[in-house]
Ligand binder design. Structure first.
Ligand SMILES: *Cc1c(COP(=O)(O)O)cnc(C)c1O
Length: 400
């Protein structure tokens, strides 16, 4: 019998990891064997309500039937074809994305970091050689490749990797004056998230977004928005920037886009996109038929089921419910977010709370030490939100 065909115990799987998998993650002692909608199932038969599905990847829930069906259908037809040829799913997906953003053109890759990497390279190509600087915001997260790690303005992620790439300038988030003084005609682009995710759910102000646009225009620089976490409906609109009165030159996306398959995309305004000519950038797997078919199904599912609307309404409902917990639990300082991207700022570290919630069957996340992240899938119901908030409520009561 082939080893994988029998269900292993939790310990057997962990033993395999200990022996053969590099230990660069701190993992919870659970082996997940199945995902369905808002739920995960582990190898010990526990059912977990998932309010942080796939680290914000499974935005329409785990194994959405429509996505699974699209993958099965595409798998029987064509899995991967390199970019020497044309393929239908890639073209169709680009059209769907373009129509839901600012009418730009797309480049496909396989992750958020790669999408940002492409955006940074394109900004260098599109502007003049003297322009080599990038401005990014403190608390940002843009990925783990060398350029995107450098763009990530958080010293803890830089430790052990100095010197980083030259030309990156960091400014405090939402500080217009600091942005203004960091600008020069050497700046190729500003890259920010409309809502910082890993940085603790920090929402850009309208004034800040408009200042980025204005300063980029005045200095011949590009405005890049990292929508890897905010994109594809998470905030109740297709893209986070659509909550503001600005149009960026480039957006990047990944996470929710593939419905659980690995895909990233960069979209640029047509005149900017024109600078990315053959030979300047590429990805072997980028835009493969399987991932593109899955992403098309994600977009169609969001549209057919009015999930943007649900993300807005359910997001407000969740924020209100969590906000009410604040009156009861002094450990909650404030609750903030847009749509289904919600942070609960605690007055002390939250890792222990996350562990206790998991013991009671709820998965949430903690970032920046003391911000609990609730990022339910867009298919979640009020009942599921009620259950989640009740579990958090009881955990906070137990630990008070
Ligand atoms: C997750 C994330 C990334 C990195 O995406 P990967 O797919 O892990 O490379 C980049 N930017 C933001 C805003 C993210 O949330």
């Amino acid at each position: 019998m082939i080893e994988q065909e029998r269900i292993m115990t939790t310990q057997e799987t962990i033993d395999l990891f200990d022996k053969y998998v590099i230990a660069n993650y701190s993992r919870l002692e659970r082996v997940i064997v199945k995902g369905e909608g808002c739920y995960l199932y582990d190898a010990d038969g526990n059912k977990i309500l998932d309010m942080f599905p796939g680290w914000a990847v499974s935005g329409i829930g785990h194994c959405h039937p429509k996505v699974v069906e699209a993958i099965q259908k595409q798998a029987g037809q064509l899995l991967h074809i390199d970019n020497t040829f044309y393929s239908e799913p890639q073209g169709k997906l680009a059209k769907l994305l373009s129509e839901r953003a600012f009418g730009g053109k797309c480049f496909f890759c396989n992750s958020g970091a790669e999408a940002n990497e492409a955006a940074l390279k394109l900004a260098r190509l599109h502007t003049t050689q003297e322009k080599y600087k990038f401005i990014t915001a403190e608390g940002s997260f843009h990925g783990r490749t060398f350029a995107t790690l450098t763009a990530t303005a958080q010293p803890k992620h830089h430790e052990g990797f100095l010197p980083l790439l030259p030309g990156f300038v960091y400014v405090p988030f939402n500080d217009v004056a600091a942005l203004e003084s960091a600008f020069s005609d050497e700046v190729a682009a500003v890259m920010v998230e409309p809502i910082q995710g890993e940085g603790g759910i920090n929402i850009a102000t309208a004034e800040y977004m408009e200042a980025i646009r204005r300063l980029c225009d005045e200095n011949g620089a590009l405005m890049i928005l990292d929508e890897v976490q905010t994109g594809i409906g998470r905030t109740g609109k297709w893209f986070g920037y659509q909550h503001f009165d600005v149009e960026p030159d480039i957006i990047t996306m990944a996470k929710t886009l593939g419905g659980g398959t690995a895909i990233g995309a960069m979209m640029a305004k047509e005149e900017v996109a024109a600078s990315l000519i053959p030979g300047k950038h590429a990805s072997t797997f980028g835009g493969n038929a399987l991932a593109c078919a899955a992403a098309i199904a994600v977009i169609e599912t969001i549209e057919e089921n009015n999930l943007l609307e649900n993300a807005s309404q359910l997001g407000q409902y969740t924020k209100d419910k969590l906000g009410r917990l604040k009156q009861k639990h002094y450990i909650i300082d404030n609750v903030r977010g847009i749509g289904l991207m919600i942070g609960v700022q605690l007055t002390s570290p939250g890792a222990g709370i996350v562990d206790k919630c998991l013991e009671k069957g709820l998965r949430i996340n903690c970032t920046c030490d003391s911000v609990l992240r609730f990022m339910p899938p867009m298919i979640a119901t009020k009942d599921q939100i009620d259950q989640a908030v009740d579990i958090l409520d009881s955990v906070l009561s137990d630990s008070a």
